[in-house]
Write a protein that binds this ligand. Structure first.
Ligand SMILES: Nc1ncnc2c1ncn2[C@@H]1O[C@H](COP(=O)(O)OP(=O)(O)O)[C@@H](O)[C@H]1O
Ligand SMILES: O=C(CO)[C@@H](O)[C@H](O)COP(=O)(O)O
Length: 541
């Protein structure tokens, strides 16, 4: 069944039995869906921050600070308002909220929300005749939440690494060396630069646990999987590391609360939702997690599979049965199995960079972009491009770099060369760091693609070619939102059913693209060339 066949577009398909609500509060939009007991999608709604909430004046859901462009935030209240709107959209779509037995959500990772003193009381006593955003307008001690795109916390990162004996030690404890977007250094920066606000903060949430708090009507715990993206959690003991907490700010343990397993039931839905939207008062709220962990839940990855998410960020991830220590990349606690982990690579310059190249080379049209991409041969005549609009995470570079067979150039001969260079360069980048991390690419490798750009088969063909592996997709491109709905059921049934039992009904992914026969000869040398180029560029700095 296609995504469109099963959607409830107002008076559409009605579920017979219990249903589950899943949300994804991501960088550019809030998405919500309802699935039935077989986990089939029955309704979906989206709020795009830039266009649906123009009063917040965001670009791509974010604000870049005019004086310091490494400082990137999103207005916290915009997310609250987006929830008001998305629930109204689901109402219009004919969703019967009284059938929903559990809710869970996912959020862009690493972002932080600062609850003002007294906010929890407000959350507990929300008036059903008013919007959430009206009632929570004064509940945030820091009104603009630092998000994952921020790279302004180098100083605090150095201090965190120092607190435990260096980057390797930090990676051993928390699964990652210090990264500027990780929440520990972000909190430390708030404590240093906005001391009064920090002191007035009663609790700190991640974007995911913030979303959960709105539904629970109380500040919700941080789950261990999204909690692993903070440089504060010991990923083996699943407890906060005291030395790291102390390095970031006073009373931080109390402000964060204790972390919980990702499938934990946080409590019943708040009476606000019962009275305003007619949720059943028995409906449970299950902990919310990061969007990449939620995608892992939504994808049911088997052995040999690598997930590649082409959203605002490009990410690659897979299931790990043992944690490893890595300096480039992350190990997170697994959101499904407390005795497992997940590997994650994240690249900041994903869809928004592809959009920039589309706008400059293809008149803003994906169709033209695809035609030009397909008109250029694999390997692009030896042209390689690296495009990092924002400070890239790995490699640590910013700016455009173009190379022909003979050396560095300021521009390519044609828009089609530029387009292919951008897409090939992005996927070679993922392959290089995936191999360095220890992802094994062989004849059994299969890629499961998700995220906004996974709808684009011309782009997926390049992914298949660069990795020399078939690329599969699921019916719905948003695995984080679906994963959240699956987690709602998993959390509710955790004591009696396994995740595999619960997700047994979801359809197998289908093949989108297979690699061409000549790709190993083309891309193996290009991967090496990319490594050499990055080596030279990073050495120069
Ligand atoms: N047909 C398409 N081809 C390529 N990219 C697309 C296409 N449609 C949407 N996208 C990209 O998807 C991105 C949004 O992806 P999504 O996974 O929804 O983002 P996020 O969850 O990070 O907010 C947009 O920035 C857009 O560039
Ligand atoms: O920083 C990371 C992961 O470490 C990003 O992947 C964010 O989680 C944002 O996700 P998208 O909005 O791009 O899906």
């Amino acid at each position: 069944m296609s995504e469109c066949d099963c959607l409830n577009k107002g008076g559409g398909k009605k579920a017979e039995g219990p249903t589950y609500l899943g949300l994804d509060l991501s960088t550019q939009q809030l998405k919500a869906c309802v699935v039935d007991d077989n986990l089939s999608l029955i309704a979906e709604a989206i709020v795009q921050y830039d266009t649906d909430l123009p009063e917040f004046r965001t670009t791509g859901g974010a604000h870049i600070d005019k004086k310091n462009n490494a400082q990137i935030t999103s207005p916290t209240l915009m997310w609250v308002k987006a929830l008001d709107i998305v629930l109204d959209k689901l109402t219009v779509a004919g969703v019967d909220f009284s059938q929903i037995v559990a809710i869970s959500g996912s959020g862009q990772q690493h972002g932080s929300v600062y609850w003002q003193k007294g906010a929890e009381n407000t959350l507990k006593s929300l008036k059903p005749d008013k919007f959430l955003h009206e009632q929570l307008a004064k509940s945030f001690s820091v009104t603009d939440s630092p998000i994952w795109m921020d790279s302004s916390t180098k100083k605090q990162c150095d201090e965190l690494e120092k607190a435990v004996g260096g980057p390797l030690k930090l990676a051993e404890i928390t699964g990652s060396r210090a990264y500027t977007r990780f929440t520990g250094s972000q909190i430390a920066k708030v404590r240093e630069t906005k001391q009064e606000a920090y002191n007035n903060t009663e609790r700190i949430s991640l974007v995911s646990s913030f979303l959960c708090s709105l539904f629970a009507g109380a500040v919700a715990p941080i789950d261990i999987s999204d909690g692993s993206g903070m440089n504060l959690l010991d990923i083996k003991s699943k407890k906060w590391n005291e030395a790291l907490l102390n390095a970031c700010g006073p009373q931080l343990k109390e402000k964060l609360g204790d972390p919980v397993p990702s499938y934990n039931i946080v409590g019943p839905v708040s009476s606000y939702f019962v009275e305003r939207y007619h949720f059943n008062n028995e409906c449970k709220v299950v902990a919310c997690t990061g969007d990449n962990p939620a995608s892992l839940i939504g994808m049911r990855l088997g052995e040999g599979w690598i997930a590649v998410s082409l959203g605002t960020s490009d990410t690659a991830f897979l299931w790990l049965s043992q944690p490893q220590i890595v300096l480039d990349g992350h190990v997170l606690c697994n959101p499904i199995d407390e005795n497992a982990w997940m590997a994650l690579l994240c690249f900041k310059n994903g869809s928004l960079t592809r959009e920039r190249i589309r706008d400059t080379c293809a008149d803003g049209s994906w169709d033209t972009f695809n035609k030009l991409l397909e008109s250029t041969p694999r390997g692009n005549f030896g042209n390689i491009g690296l495009y990092y609009d924002k400070q890239e995470i790995i490699p640590f570079l910013i700016g455009d770099y173009r190379f022909t067979k003979t050396g560095c150039v300021s521009k390519f001969n044609s828009p089609e060369n530029e387009i292919r260079a951008a897409v090939e360069g992005q996927f070679i980048r993922i392959r290089v760091y995936a191999e360095d991390f220890g992802f094994v690419l062989n004849e059994n490798t299969k890629i499961l693609a998700t995220g906004g750009a996974s709808k684009n088969t011309a782009i997926l063909q390049v992914l298949a070619d660069v990795f020399n592996a078939p690329v599969y997709v699921q019916d719905a491109a948003n695995s984080a939102m679906l994963g959240a709905a699956f987690q709602a059921k998993h959390g509710l049934m955790h004591d009696t059913k396994t995740y595999l039992d619960i997700t047994a009904t979801i359809p197998e992914p289908h093949l989108a693209c297979e690699p061409y026969a000549d790709v190993a000869d083309i891309y193996t040398p290009m991967v090496q060339r990319y490594r050499d180029i990055v080596g030279q560029l990073t050495e120069k700095k």
